[in-house]
Design a protein around this ligand. Structure first.
Ligand SMILES: O=C(COP(=O)(O)O)[C@@H](O)[C@H](O)[C@H](O)COP(=O)(O)O
Length: 382
């Protein structure tokens, strides 16, 4: 029988601002998941958080997008929201865009990463969870892990990996997807995923046997809601070892605190800082964007672990570099390239401010007029 690993997350309200999940809301979600386990809807579960996002990690045999599993997650988020409201936590129920559950959670606000597989004799998985950024933030490490031999030695050395991997990329503006093969189509792949706000790596497969190796939650909240409702704060599952990238090759991709969009008001680029669970809280300028990584083994659907992967001095220098980048880029204040580009600011509250100034602009010669508005997607470079 196949096992499904479902990681479903939502911001249902947090303590002292968009900062950290409150333990009482975790306890509320725990009651619902414990009951689902007793009723054999799920086999096992683990609940955690990164910043203000509540993370439900569940195993079962029901496949992806299963109604009962998704309803369980929905009920857990609803119950946690009820407690968040009782405690007066900030932005209670923020990511629950709908009032009632209908079939599965797609398009309802929570982020979803699910993967169904035949368990190998030993099944190591890594779950990454980020706060104050968006799904395209995983494009860069996924490329490094599955396509860059300077990161992943196994691409050269291990015959099971040597043929390469297939990347399924979603265009979130057009609602289309494309699958590209590496290494032969690497440049085409990079041409797309170098624009991570639009082209998001959703799944990765090993080429020679189609084994699925990775999945990302691709929901972009603001595109779904049509307005700013917080950042998507994506999760990613990667299967490791024995013909897949080794744990250390997966973690190697996070040794540079690369710049991601998000941070304060979802409107700024900042370094993605890998931290331990105890530091998974947004502080400086509501950030900097944080990433945690938990490692598990899955045996007959049971979750063995976790191990807190960035709780390690080997990542101290990465964090220090992230602080230096933070200091440097913060000095740009409201100026690009710290602040996001206009197309992305469209989903924040900035257009309301600009709208107010509209009547005060005076007509000038057409020489100064561009063919397209910078706030319109039409005719843009993307
Ligand atoms: O990005 C943020 C929240 O995103 P998140 O909830 O983590 O998805 C924060 O920086 C807020 O935008 C900021 O704290 C202002 O919040 P409000 O006062 O507008 O709620």
């Amino acid at each position: 029988m196949k096992t499904t690993l479902s990681v479903i997350k939502a911001d249902i309200g947090s303590l002292a601002g968009h900062h950290v999940v409150h333990p009482d809301t975790i306890a509320a979600a725990n009651k619902i998941l414990a009951e689902a386990k007793r009723n054999n809807i799920i086999i096992d579960y683990y609940i955690t958080y990164v910043g203000d996002d509540l993370q439900l990690i569940m195993t079962h045999n029901r496949g992806e997008l299963d109604m009962k599993v998704h309803e369980t997650a929905w009920n857990a988020f609803k119950e946690a929201t009820r407690i968040a409201k009782e405690l007066g936590l900030y932005a209670a129920g923020q990511d629950l865009l709908s009032d009632s559950f209908s079939g599965n959670l797609r398009g309802m606000g929570p982020g979803i990463a699910e993967i169904e597989f035949e368990e190998r004799p030993s099944e190591p998985v890594v779950i990454f969870m980020a706060d104050k950024t968006e799904p395209g933030a995983y494009n860069l490490p996924l490329y490094k892990i599955f396509a860059d031999p300077f990161n992943t030695a196994g691409l050269i050395i291990d015959p099971m990996m040597h043929e390469g991997y297939k990347f399924e990329v979603l265009d979130v503006y057009e609602g289309e997807s494309i699958t590209l093969n590496t290494p032969e189509e690497s440049y085409d792949l990079l041409a797309l995923i170098g624009t991570p706000s639009r082209y998001i790596v959703r799944r990765v497969y090993r080429k020679h046997d189609n084994l699925q190796a990775a999945v990302v939650s691709v929901e972009r909240l603001n595109l779904i809601a049509g307005k700013y409702v917080g950042k998507d704060d994506p999760v990613m599952i990667i299967r490791a070892q024995h013909g897949l990238p080794a744990l250390g090759e997966i973690l190697e991709a996070f040794t540079i605190p690369y710049l991601v969009p998000g941070w304060m008001r979802g409107s700024h680029y900042g370094p993605l800082m890998p931290v331990s669970q105890k530091d998974a809280r947004a502080t400086r300028f509501d950030g900097p964007p944080r990433l945690i990584g938990l490692g598990f083994n899955i045996k007959n659907g049971k979750l063995v672990g976790p191990t807190d992967l960035f709780d390690d001095p080997a990542f101290d220098e990465v964090r220090r570099t992230a602080q230096l980048i933070t200091d440097y880029i913060r000095r740009h204040g409201p100026f690009m390239p710290h602040r996001l580009e206009p197309q992305e600011m469209e989903y924040t509250t900035l257009p309301l401010v600009i709208e107010k100034l509209k009547g005060r602009f005076k007509k000038e010669s057409d020489v100064y007029k561009a063919k397209h508005s910078i706030y319109s997607h039409e005719g843009s470079q993307e």
